[in-house]
Design a protein around this ligand. Structure first.
Ligand code: NAD
Length: 457
């Protein structure tokens, strides 16, 4: 994202045209916003959770009414095909009611009794929560942070990604129109403004982004033991067993390796196929992947848009070049696409000397390995520093045995990783610290307190 002095310039990655300019927040503005957030939080916290939900209930309709406008903007600013942007806005709108119910349930006061001792477990607000989000889901990621944070009685200041600030602001303005002043504010800028925010009198940072920035945020927060929730990157594998429905496995592999141009935290970045079905899988995967249509996400029938920007494209291609220089083979795809585009690439013969082996790629690149015994696949997957998700296609019983051995937060068997409503979105190892959704996820936005009374029996 280019900056013109203190102005952020938003670009369309498909056309490389300027979309708009926004003033970056100064340190003084950031300090003032935090002070205002603390004032607003006090009266917001006095409302019951039912009253806070009442404020946000109209959001579903507001999002649906603005779906076309928001989706078009998202595609222009982030690059994903329009149908995906529409899906993202609708998913936020349609999941709201269920989220309200689950947050309300998670934050109810609980009572425990032992003889004459009566304890209450209370979930109080923390104060001011900072949310820092990435660009790959410009509305969904802010949504996952701010709804539970606000319903728990906190004021929120969000710094959306510098790559997709305009889309995020249009979404945030809709929510702000439903709330008392300063309960939800935003800061415009990049990592520098993110750091400034964390340095202020704030109680929690909820962050979704790369492992390296997550580690910096944890370090910066550690001196004062400020709370953090970190949802980080991954190197998700797909395991294909001989018992798999190959058509379903190939279809999943194409979709999950390349959607949003591979710029998804739970994208499949490596595929481990049993030797018995390796050749058949490989041929079908190539045939299907090469049919994907790449182009401007606003054009009809486009499956993949551009990469977010040149730097990301270069990072992805550098990983591929490094692998090829060290002996990997390009099975399909090429390194010479124009502008910000990268057509799907599959590699064979990747080994541990190559950066791509365990470095998150975050692009439309996948490598494929063969295995004989499932234990080999498990050992190889568990060598990763990451542990976000994994998918297994094959007989349910055998897949479940493998799933229980994998050191990832989420596993999908014959499907993707996301669980049903009220299950956590969670990364293991260096893919995360804390989680979203579910009672555990919602309670992270609160300070748990216990009050115990001795009563006459
Ligand atoms: P990033 O880490 O580069 O940036 C994320 C955000 O952090 C941006 O808003 C950025 O301005 C801000 N930032 C950068 N340096 C900072 C600092 N020192 N202090 C505070 N804030 C700082 O990530 P990105 O490129 O925007 O997004 C891609 C990454 O996000 C990938 O690693 C992907 O796997 C991850 N991601 C994870 C999930 C998940 O649920 N686990 C979901 C989406 C994306």
């Amino acid at each position: 994202m280019p900056f013109d002095k203190e102005t952020l310039i938003s670009m369309n990655p498909a056309t490389e045209e300027e979309l708009g300019r926004i003033e970056v927040d100064s340190t003084e503005q950031i300090i003032e916003k935090v002070e205002r957030a603390h004032k607003a939080q006090k009266s917001w916290a006095r409302l019951s959770i039912e009253e806070r939900i009442k404020h946000l209930e109209p959001l579903e309709d507001l999002l649906m009414e603005n779906c076309e406008r928001l989706s078009e903007l998202m595609t222009k600013e982030q690059g994903k095909p329009l149908f995906m942007s529409i899906g993202e806005v609708k998913a936020c709108a349609k999941s709201l009611k269920g989220e309200f119910e689950s947050i309300e349930k998670a934050l109810q006061v609980e009572e425990k009794v032992n003889g004459s001792d009566h304890s209450k477990i209370i979930y109080d607000p923390l104060g001011v929560v900072v949310s820092i989000t990435p660009w790959n889901f410009p509305i969904l990621m802010p949504h996952w942070h701010i709804i539970p944070a606000m319903l728990a009685g906190n004021a929120v200041i969000i710094k959306p990604s510098e790559e997709t600030t305009i889309t995020a602001i249009e979404y945030l303005k809709l929510i702000q129109s439903l709330l008392p002043e300063d309960v939800l504010q935003y800061v415009v800028g990049d990592g520098r403004q993110g750091q400034e925010l964390i340095d202020q009198n704030i109680q929690l940072t909820v962050f979704t982004g790369s492992r390296d920035v997550g580690s910096k945020i944890m370090e910066q927060s550690s001196a004062q033991l400020k709370r953090v929730i970190l949802e980080l990157g991954g190197k998700d594998p797909l395991v294909v067993l001989p018992s798999a429905d190959l058509e379903a496995a190939v279809s999943f592999a194409v979709q999950n390796s390349f959607r949003n141009c591979g710029q998804v935290c739970v994208s499949t970045e490596r595929i481990l196929v049993h030797e018995k079905v390796f050749d058949e899988f490989l041929a079908a995967f190539k045939e299907r992947s090469e049919k994907l249509k790449i182009g401007n996400g606003l054009d009809k029938d486009v499956n993949l848009g551009p990469m977010i920007h040149k730097k990301q494209k270069e990072k992805v291609l550098d990983q591929v070049k490094d692998a090829v220089a060290k002996g990997a083979e390009i099975y399909f795809g090429s390194l010479d696409d124009d502008a910000n585009y990268v057509r799907p690439i599959a590699l064979l013969k990747v080994d541990e000397h190559m950066e791509i082996r365990d470095g998150e790629t975050f692009g439309p690149v996948v490598y494929i390995d063969k295995f004989k015994e499932p234990e080999e696949a498990v050992t190889s997957i568990n060598q990763s520093k990451y542990g976000l998700g994994a998918a297994i296609f094959g007989d349910e019983k055998e897949s479940m045995e493998i799933a229980r051995k994998l050191e990832t937060g989420m596993v999908g068997i014959n499907r993707g990783v996301s669980g049903v409503k009220d299950t956590p979105w969670v990364g293991a190892k260096q893919s995360g610290f804390g989680f979203h959704h579910s009672a555990q996820g919602h309670r992270q936005f609160t300070q748990t307190r216990v009050i115990t009374v001795k009563k006459e029996e």
